[in-house]
Design a protein around this ligand. Structure first.
Ligand code: THU
Length: 144
């Protein structure tokens, strides 16, 4: 998929952010390997601040609601916020769940030509993964 399509989706969904407390609006657009769909998310804040949902986690949730992400792992996510920002620690962990190849593109909505690209493995080295959970504690069939 063309990067321009993902960027457009991220910029658009950022406008939907509900951020009356921080005024920091974030938009995210995610594509999966082998799929044409785009999954979007924006941050949703709450009067009980800690309940805030980040844009990236909403985008992952939207994708999970449609596809098996083990079969179609996240390939690229565009995240847009002003000033430009990389995903928070919690989102890095959630983004890393379905594969370490994910490309994370952070984009400034004011200057969309200004972006930074990372691999999720670079943003969250040595991540905690399914393979670390002892087999007998899970009911998920897996190879290792
Ligand atoms: N936020 C995100 O949506 N994604 C991130 O990775 C960082 C932070 C949101 C949460 C909150 O609504 C606002 O940005 C300020 O922290």
């Amino acid at each position: 998929m063309a990067l321009a399509r993902l960027i457009e989706a991220a910029l658009q969904v950022r406008q939907q952010a509900y951020a009356p407390y921080s005024r920091f609006q974030v938009g995210a657009a995610l594509e999966l390997k082998g799929q044409e769909s785009i999954f979007v998310g924006c941050n949703v804040e709450n009067a009980s601040y800690g309940l805030t949902i980040c844009a990236e986690r909403m985008a992952i949730g939207a994708a999970v609601a449609k596809f098996d992400l083990v079969q179609y792992p996240p390939q690229r996510i565009v995240i847009t916020a002003s000033p430009i920002a990389a995903p928070c620690g919690a989102c890095r962990q959630v983004l890393a769940e379905f594969g370490l190849e994910l490309e994370v593109v952070c984009l400034d909505p004011e200057t969309p030509t200004n972006w930074q690209t990372y691999k999720i493995s670079e943003l969250l080295p040595n991540s905690f993964r399914l393979a670390h959970v002892p087999k007998e504690l899970t009911n998920t069939p897996r190879e290792s």
